[in-house]
Design a protein around this ligand. Structure first.
Ligand code: SF4
Length: 436
């Protein structure tokens, strides 16, 4: 199994893996596998390229390995279906974002190579999602909803994942119990947009309500959630976060830009002032909060003026973590036909400038942890430096933020929490030693 793309796709891969392991033996070495599954992403050009490269690499195992069936699932097959099969005839089975749970039937079905047009991806998450985790045993993503209704003008995800549909809270609680029963200590709630959770099920249900239910009933150390639409931050969410010690004081709020006209063209809400006040409010209610955001540079219409505004915003708000993407025009999106796109060289310069400025801010914010003792989750011995263990603190989400290196004192165990006294800030990472 090659799982590409976002953590929502990873969960789909884990569900396919769970089903496959019922009837097939999992091989770590792709040369030994008779069936290879590539679960793809098709969000932006880089992701599409990575998916095609991975498919072509796996297709080679049909000659240099034991591969008999190459299965391609996920957003690339949902988006390009038959075209993909024409261009890569080595593909035997295509699964969309709505029918990947049919993988066993499709493998048995002798007509499985006949291309099947995918319907609208409106499947509902089976409850509780039986999965074979691809994350470390102590941490797991938990999907609270599928699809998206925001229809940002540059984004294809609503076409690939369908309309927003929340999972019933009882199935989420059930799955959280299963995960913690398996030893999971960190549960990361995910969706395309977690801020919409519950709206489609009942007026009294929202993410704060779900977090309260989970925090009060599930024995989990860290409850984290990602992808919260910035203009939907409200007092009840912030009060819920500050009320429960097992809810991470970590907020991922993708703003994408701050200029009003650019945001309007993106089909997104908010502006400089709104975001600025929201961040002030968040820090008032939760002073120790860690803030992450995502930005798009080089969107059509972004001149030096709008870019300067974005840089000023970053310097005045000082997010802890910022992910930045150069705009990638996608066919069949509203923004695709927009002209006045800055040229690639300009976009590249802006991309680098944001990383430079943000890197200094991240390091400056990190200084607040110096000489502090913080609780960290041990993730394993450092490959770079085996004297140390890689760990993560509450202010660090997996795969995107920095890590905490702690010296091995012989009592450190992967998957456990220890207290670490921080004695050094090293770029985007911290150095610490175990403290009682
Ligand atoms: S919120 Fe916007 S960018 Fe994110 S998945 Fe939905 S449509 Fe795409």
């Amino acid at each position: 199994m090659e799982s590409l793309g976002c953590n929502k796709n990873l969960i789909d891969s884990e569900m396919m893996l769970y089903l496959m392991k019922k009837e097939y033996e999992y091989m770590e070495d792709p040369r030994e596998a008779e069936i290879i599954i590539v679960n793809t992403c098709a969000f932006i050009d880089d992701a599409k390229e990575e998916a095609i490269d991975t498919i072509l690499t796996c297709a080679e195992y049909k000659t240099v390995g034991k591969c008999k069936k190459l299965v391609v699932a996920g957003c690339l097959s949902q988006r390009y279906g038959s075209k993909l099969k024409k261009e890569i005839p080595e593909i035997d089975i295509l699964l969309g974002t709505g029918d990947f749970t049919e993988i066993l039937e499709r493998l048995k079905n002798k007509h499985n190579n006949k291309f099947q047009l995918f319907g609208k991806p409106d499947y509902n998450y089976p409850s509780p999602g039986k999965r074979s985790l691809l994350t470390p045993s102590y941490s797991a993503y938990l999907k609270v909803a599928e699809g998206c209704n925001n229809h940002c003008s540059y984004c294809v995800i609503p076409q690939l994942r369908g309309a927003f549909r929340s999972r019933p809270p009882e199935t989420i609680l059930e799955e959280a119990e299963i995960l913690t029963g398996q030893g999971v200590k960190e549960i990361i709630l995910t969706a395309q947009d977690t801020s919409l959770y519950g709206n489609d099920l009942s007026d009294s249900l929202d993410l704060s309500r779900l977090l309260t239910m989970l925090a009060e009933t599930v024995n989990v150390d860290w409850l984290r959630f990602l992808y919260f639409y910035p203009t939907r931050i409200n007092d009840s969410l912030l009060e819920t976060m500050s009320k429960y010690s097992n809810i991470c004081k970590y907020l991922d709020i993708p703003i994408q830009h701050v200029n009003k006209d650019i945001l309007e063209s993106m089909g997104r809400q908010g502006d400089y002032e709104t975001f600025y006040r929201t961040i002030e409010k968040i820090r008032d209610i939760i002073p120790q909060i860690t803030l992450r955001t995502t930005l798009i540079v080089g969107y059509p219409g972004e001149t030096e003026k709008e870019f300067h505004e974005l840089m000023e915003f970053l310097k005045s708000t000082e997010f802890d973590w910022v992910g930045v993407f150069p705009y990638s025009p996608q066919e069949n999106t509203l923004a695709y036909k927009l002209d006045s796109r800055p040229d690639d060289r300009v976009v590249n310069n802006r991309f680098k400038k944001i990383l430079q400025v943000q890197s200094k801010i991240t390091q400056k914010n990190y200084l607040r942890w110096l000489n502090k003792t913080i609780r960290v989750l041990v993730e394993g011995r450092s490959e770079l430096n085996p004297e140390f263990y890689n760990c993560r603190a509450e202010n660090q989400a997996p795969e995107t933020d920095g890590i905490v290196y702690i010296k091995d004192n012989g009592a450190v165990q992967t998957g456990n929490f220890v207290n670490a006294k921080i004695y050094h800030v090293d770029g985007h990472d911290l150095m610490g030693e175990v403290s009682r």
